[in-house]
Structures are given as C-alpha cells and as structure tokens.
Design a protein around this ligand. Structure first.
Ligand code: HSE
Length: 306
C-alpha cells in the first residue's frame, strides 16, 4: 500500500498586532498523520490519540480538506488516514490548521505533487472553515510554508515569507478550551480610527523588526490594542502571566491565535526558561492544569517523515 507520513507543526498566529495576517510555525508540539491510498472508494479515518475527533470525513477537519484536494484532481479511489494529534484541539496553537494542512501536504506528496503550496493552502482552508467558521490562513500558511508568514491578502492568498532572527518561543497552554468561532464572535465589528493607527503602526514595526533583526523594535511592536483587551478576559491569569514574563526579560508576547495558549518571545534559552517558570508559577497558583513548551521558529513547516 502506498503511504506517506507527515509531521505537522503547531503555529502561533496573529503575533499580537497582526490579527489574521501574521503567523509562524514552531517546532513543538506537532501532529503525526499517515495517508495511504486504498482500492476501496471513500475516506477512512482512524485516530490513535485521545481526542475522539469525528471519523466521518465530512465532519473531520482533515477529511474536509482532503476531499477538497481529491475533488480537484477527480480522484475516485479510496484513502485511509491515521491521525495522531499531539496538538490539543481548541488550544490556540493551530490544532485544526495542523490537521488540514498536514493532510493536503501528504496527499500532494502521495499523488505526484500536482499542486503548489498556495493551492494547498486553499484546500486546507476548506477544513479550517469548519473549525472556526471563517476563512483565515494565518495558521495554515505558516504550517505549509514554514517560518514566519505574512498574508497580505486572504482572498487572493498573497502570502509572503519573512526572514526572522533566531528567537526562543515559550508557550503555555492552560488546559481549558476556547473555540475559535466563539473567540471571533465576541470581537468588535468596528474599531476606532485611533486604535487602527496604533495597530497598523505595530504591524509595520513588527515586520521591520523581524527583517532588520531589531529585537527592541520587535518587543515594542508586540502590542495588540484591538483583540487582546476583549479575548484576554477569557483567559485566567492572562495579565499576571504577561506582566511576570515581561519582568523576566521577554521581548513581548500575548495570546497565541484565539487562545487560551499564551506565547512569549525571547533571545536566550536562559530567559525562555525564566519565562516558562513564571508561566508555571501563575497557573500552579491558580490551580489550573497547564502544559508548557520552549521551542523555536520552525522554518521547514510540514515535514515528510516517510
Ligand atoms: N487569526 C485567527 C483568530 C487565528 O485569531 O481568530 C485562530 O485560528
């Protein structure tokens, strides 16, 4: 049986000021997915993890993305998909994107690479829609392209990979679930011009900071005056974690994607560990189960491992 196995990484989207337009792939955590071609028509899905996600392809994020891919090449045979998710659904580090993007990259590899990365993003977004109720590519694009990515225009998928200096990324995932669809539904539909000016200045500053490897500018630009004030209320301990991590030397950080995970950037392993300790201390005090990662930017994105 022909089969391909991929490692599909977590992603940190928004990067504070860049709601829906900035994201980066990280080295950990990641999902493992195996796709095989079978003679029997239809898509069979097996999970080897604990999350009990749907096995019906029309209700499964990877299944929906795979169907979009297969219908574009008029593929009539069958597929078997074995998913081992390590990225908890609803964690804010691109769990649904890892499923949707991982499977289309595996299918592309298995079926002779008929599509470009940009086309793969488009198929994967079909899966992302069922998870979040909206078409956004700030997790899927970095997952497929690797590294740090700007989506200048989502409709035409104008995707730009950005250079970034070496950075340590510390992530804490308090074990509560926030559905992206809900976290989007509470956002304001209109924003004051004054806030928009601050936000787009920060986006420009952050991109410039990455390109010029200017850590001070990166830190000053990791500010979100529009989304964070609304969503941070859903995350216990948010203000304390942020304040303690900044005091410990973080360049900056905030909510990863739609939360509840928080991320902080830093320039040394020592500071990244200090940050992790601060995150753990807050959630231990609050009695909230949590998981932490010290990781870095994953410039490769999804990797074919066999
Ligand atoms: N940009 C998206 C959001 C990422 O913040 O809603 C979540 O998938």
């Amino acid at each position: 049986m022909k089969s391909v196995t991929v490692k599909s990484p977590a992603t940190v989207s928004n990067l504070c000021c860049g709601f829906d337009i900035l994201g980066m792939a990280v080295c950990e955590p990641f999902d493992i997915m195996q796709l095989s071609l079978t003679d029997q028509p239809g898509i069979m899905i097996d999970h080897t993890d604990k999350y009990r996600l749907p096995v019906n392809a029309d209700e499964n994020i990877a299944g929906v993305a795979l169907k979009a891919f297969l219908s574009a090449i008029d593929y009539k045979e069958g597929c078997q998909l074995v998913i081992n998710k390590q990225i908890k659904p609803g964690s804010g580090v691109g769990s649904s994107a890892a499923s949707a993007a991982g499977i289309v990259v595996a299918a592309n590899e298995l079926l002779g690479k008929p599509f470009s990365k940009k086309q793969l993003v488009s198929f994967a977004m079909e899966g992302e829609v069922i998870a979040s109720g909206s078409r956004h590519a700030d997790n899927i694009a970095p997952c497929i392209y690797g590294g740090l990515v700007l989506i200048r225009d989502t409709a035409s998928l104008d995707i730009i990979q950005l250079d970034a200096p070496e950075l340590f990324v510390t992530i804490v995932h308090p074990q509560i679930e926030i559905k992206t669809s809900y976290a989007r539904s509470i956002l304001p539909k209109e924003i004051p011009l004054k806030s928009a000016v601050i936000q787009w200045a920060n986006v420009a500053g952050l991109v410039t900071g990455f390109l010029q490897k200017d850590y001070g500018l990166i830190g000053r630009s990791l500010e979100d005056v529009i989304i964070e004030p609304v969503r941070s209320k859903l995350i216990p301990g948010f203000d304390e974690v942020k304040q303690k991590c900044l005091a410990a030397g973080a360049l900056g950080g905030g909510i990863s994607g739609s939360g509840p995970s928080l991320f902080m950037l830093s320039t040394s392993a020592m500071v990244a560990t200090e940050i992790e300790n601060c995150m753990k201390a807050v959630y231990e005090k609050l009695g909230i189960e949590h998981k932490t990662y010290i990781t870095g930017i994953n410039n490769e994105g999804i990797k074919i491992i066999s």
